[in-house]
Design a protein around this ligand. Structure first.
Ligand SMILES: *Cc1c(COP(=O)(O)O)cnc(C)c1O
Length: 425
């Protein structure tokens, strides 16, 4: 489908163009494998001389519809859908780094990503330096080493909802000659398209607002296709012969699609983190309402944040849509809406937070965030539990902090539920 259409139109229709007599709705191709008439045809696929599906660990027609839709929504040249948001981050790291390499990441990121980069990747020799994303440009740039392979940050951080200074981060990445990789899970392309602000690669946990109904785990890596790996000289995995593919050089064979080709034929082939077709089918269906949902999540959250910030039992509210927020100016610059997630601290510290959570009736206590139903979580005792006190502080987690994910129910019902729960503090 022609990508000149508006995002709302692409969300509904991109990725699947049925031919005469084919189903209007993309079919669920629940098959691991694909039949070919001759041995040579299959051999050509294995040699990457021909394009086509041959095994679902590498590609699947239903997953491909989702990949093409997300690429269109983000303004990228292509995408690779994987089993979770964690798999998306891992795919980028495995595709760009080897043992001995280094990553610079904003410290204010999702706790699972902090663990992945700070601990699991470190165990296999890929080290990460975490930087305060609000630190001066020179300080962040100083964290970059000759072996640094990418800079990682979130558009709107989970759970501290800080808005990334894209201008600063893209300048730093450009000067260093390395890609800027952005986790755009919370805004989704409906509220921010990081490629327009200097990102080279965008990841999403589609488990969150992209799916939006809390039914399927998934992740996706979208490539803008403009980073010049050959002239950067820092990515031998992409620019020198791959012995596991008969000496194929990705940048020579695939040009601007080198990153995605290697992610699929190397990382997916070997680590096997493909998205399941059923999850892709559901996520793709749910993406049809992405623009509508993100608008409503944002407007509901704005009203809830305003309500909470004037509530006598609430100590503080952190939502970039509030004019009092230090993130507000950047939110206006980079976001079309501030999404549905905020944090707030009720009076009474950790105990107060627990009281509020236990008294809520409509909002459920869930580990999840960013779906149609309003939910709450106490990160200090759950998602960020494995982090040390110092690590918790560095990611912005306070003991009384409640992460509130505002759904698309009627906002008056959400506010009444919170008002009632706060009476018990
Ligand atoms: C949830 C989340 C992830 C991890 O995604 P999963 O699908 O749960 O693996 C990564 N980044 C952000 C910002 C998230 O919110």
């Amino acid at each position: 489908m022609d990508n000149k259409y508006h995002l709302e139109t692409l969300a509904v229709q991109a990725g699947w163009n049925p031919k005469n007599g084919e189903p209007r709705v993309q079919p669920l191709v629940q098959s691991t494998t694909y039949k070919y008439a001759t041995a040579q045809e299959l051999a050509d696929l294995f040699d990457l001389k021909a394009a086509g599906h041959f095994y679902t660990r590498l590609s699947n027609p239903t997953v491909e519809v989702l990949e093409n839709k997300m690429a269109a929504l983000c303004g990228g040249i292509g995408a690779i859908a994987v089993s979770s948001g964690q798999a998306a981050t891992s795919t980028v790291a495995f595709n760009l780094c080897s043992a001995g390499d280094h990553i610079v990441s904003a410290s204010t990121i999702y706790g699972g990503s902090t663990n992945l980069l700070g601990h699991s990747m470190a165990k296999i020799g890929i080290e990460t330096t975490f930087v305060d994303q609000d630190a001066p440009e020179s300080e962040i740039a100083a964290a970059i080493r000759p072996n640094t392979k990418f800079i990682f940050a979130e558009t709107l951080s989970n759970p501290s909802v800080k808005v990334l200074d894209f201008d600063k981060f893209s300048r730093i990445a450009k000067a260093a000659g390395i890609p800027l990789v952005i986790d755009n899970t919370f805004p989704t392309p409906a509220l921010c398209r990081p490629f327009e602000f200097g990102a080279d690669i965008v990841t999403h946990s589609t488990s969150k607002f992209a799916d939006g109904h809390a039914c399927s785990l998934g992740g996706i890596v979208v490539d803008k296709g403009t980073f010049d790996y050959a002239s950067s000289g820092k990515f031998p995995g992409l620019t020198t012969p791959d012995p596991s593919y008969h000496g194929l050089v990705y940048t020579e064979t695939f040009g601007s699609a080198a990153f995605l080709a290697k992610a699929r034929t190397h990382v997916m082939r070997d680590f096997g983190m493909m998205m399941a077709p059923m999850n892709a089918w559901l996520t793709n269906m749910n993406l049809e309402t992405l623009a509508l949902r993100m608008e409503r999540h944002s407007s509901n959250a704005q009203k809830v944040a305003e309500f909470l910030s004037s509530h006598p039992k609430v100590e503080w509210v952190n939502y970039p849509g509030l004019e009092s927020s230090p993130e507000h100016e950047r939110a206006k610059k980079y976001l079309k809406g501030c999404s549905g997630v905020m944090t707030f601290g009720p009076k009474g510290g950790r105990k107060g937070a627990e009281k509020v959570m236990d008294s809520l009736k409509l909002a459920a206590i869930v580990c999840h965030v960013a779906d149609a139903r309003t939910g709450v979580l106490h990160p200090a005792s759950t998602t960020h539990r494995q982090l040390s006190d110092e690590e918790q502080k560095a990611t912005g987690i306070l003991p009384e902090l409640i992460r509130l994910s505002v759904g698309i129910e009627h906002v008056d019902d959400i506010i009444a539920d919170l008002d009632n729960a706060l009476k018990n503090v």
